[in-house]
Design a protein around this ligand. Structure first.
Ligand code: HEC
Ligand code: HEC
Ligand code: HEC
Length: 327
């Protein structure tokens, strides 16, 4: 249950949301927020500093539409990215003097790409073709590596994939394995679509790396039990995790070589950490030598590094066309 903001919408244009603009009975609401924190849609009592409901005035008219519902369950809602942040328009209450019927609409849709139809300007949602730039306003790293193979020049006979094909437009979820498996994404093992292999190779690389990091974490837990001061090692593992999270966007490049190279850098940075943990564990107490997990991680790590190194000089997946001159 959302806490109802009780302020009247400001009558004039609010230029900059002020930090403490809302009236607040902060104390009670914070406790309530903690109690209901398990709600599917996490309640955010002070979602907007201007006191309007989460979608601002956009929600006044788009109230019963699926966009609103889907957006409420999205990662963007959690991050307080609102309709107007994506679409543009003005989502605060229009000046009181504007005639409601006509001007409210124009005001709300101000600046949203419009086309003339019988002399009438129409608010427009972005076309599929525009979505990389549209989303890329904020996700600049993705836009920078976004392969033309998805949308601008797909392989012959293959469908276009826009940003919303895999992520949805409003029901955008946190990125993860579910995204690889989303209905619109490339199918694993799809031999007809040359984009499938690099797409799934990326996932495997990330999974392998995540496995090594998780293994290192487990070994570190064991080391902690011996009383060894593990803060530095812990930091280094955290850093690898962070680095992994930061290269995942590279899946959009469909460039296996580039992805493997980035993963290899992280592998190499965690290798000495794993080695260190091993040495400390085995020297601290003989019985740790029997802990199979520790060795398994070290072994996996070595195999991976060898594999990745070997794969690097190989040409990027250039077997785009299978149908070699038969006719
Ligand atoms: C006064 C009511 C009202 C408000 C407020 C309002 N809208 Fe709309 N919106 C409409 C109507 C009605 C349409 C359909 C217009 C048409 O097709 O000519 C529309 C259409 C749109 C479209 C185009 C949909 C399509 O099919 O291409 C977008 C995008 C949109 N609105 C976004 C917003 C955003 C963002 C806000 C807040 C900044 C907002 N609207 C506020 C009434 C409103
Ligand atoms: C993450 C960015 C983002 C946010 C936030 C967002 N939209 Fe959209 N919206 C899009 C995209 C992208 C499309 C076009 C999708 C397509 O081409 O299939 C779209 C399409 C629409 C449309 C056209 C019909 C449709 O569903 O395709 C309407 C209306 C709309 N949005 C309203 C809203 C409203 C109202 C909100 C806030 C509750 C909102 N949007 C929040 C990205 C966003
Ligand atoms: C106004 C800025 C903005 C726009 C436009 C925008 N996003 Fe986001 N998006 C964010 C922020 C902020 C986050 C949370 C921080 C993060 O994970 O990068 C986020 C998170 C995400 C995530 C989760 C990332 C993760 O690592 O879990 C996905 C997926 C996503 N956005 C997809 C899209 C798509 C698709 C569009 C276009 C339809 C879009 N975004 C448009 C700001 C935006």
């Amino acid at each position: 249950m959302l806490v109802e903001p009780k302020s009247e919408p400001a009558a004039e244009l609010v230029a900059e949301p002020q930090e403490e603009a809302g009236p607040q009975e902060e104390t009670g609401t914070e406790e309530k927020a903690a109690e209901v924190a398990v709600d599917v849609v996490a309640p955010v009592p002070t979602f907007r500093e201007d006191g309007l409901p989460p979608a601002g005035t956009c929600g006044d008219c788009h109230e019963h539409e699926e966009q609103l519902e889907e957006w409420r369950g999205s990662v963007h809602f959690q991050q307080r990215i609102q309709c107007a942040n994506c679409h543009g328009g003005i989502d605060t209450a229009p000046p009181a003097l504007l005639p409601k019927d006509v001007e409210h609409d124009i005001y709300a849709h101000f600046g949203i790409k419009a086309r003339d139809e019988d002399g009438k300007a129409k608010p427009l949602a972005p076309s599929k073709k525009d979505t990389p730039e549209f989303c890329g306003k904020c996700h600049q790293n993705v836009l920078a590596v976004f392969s033309p193979l998805h949308l601008t020049s797909p392989p012959e006979g293959q469908r276009l994939k826009s940003s919303v094909t895999c992520h949805s437009n409003h029901a955008v979820a946190a990125a993860g394995n579910a995204t690889y498996e989303s209905r619109g994404a490339y199918k694993k093992g799809d031999e007809d679509d040359p984009r499938a292999a690099p797409f799934w190779s990326a996932r495997e690389t990330f999974d392998d790396l995540a496995g090594v990091i998780a293994g290192a974490e487990q070994s570190l837990e064991k080391l902690e039990q011996t009383g060894y001061p593990s803060e530095t090692l812990k930091d280094e593992i955290e850093q690898s995790k962070e680095m992994l999270a930061q290269i995942r966007y590279l899946v959009h490049s469909l460039d296996t070589k580039r992805i493997d190279k980035a993963a290899l850098e992280i592998l190499e940075s965690i290798e000495p950490v794993v080695a260190d943990i091993q040495v400390q564990l085995t020297s601290s107490d003989d019985r740790w030598k029997l802990v199979v997990g520790v060795w398994a991680v070290a072994l996996l790590l070595n195999i991976l590094i060898v594999l990745k190194l070997r794969s690097l000089p190989a040409p990027p997946s250039s077997s785009v066309e299978e149908d070699v001159g038969v006719a």
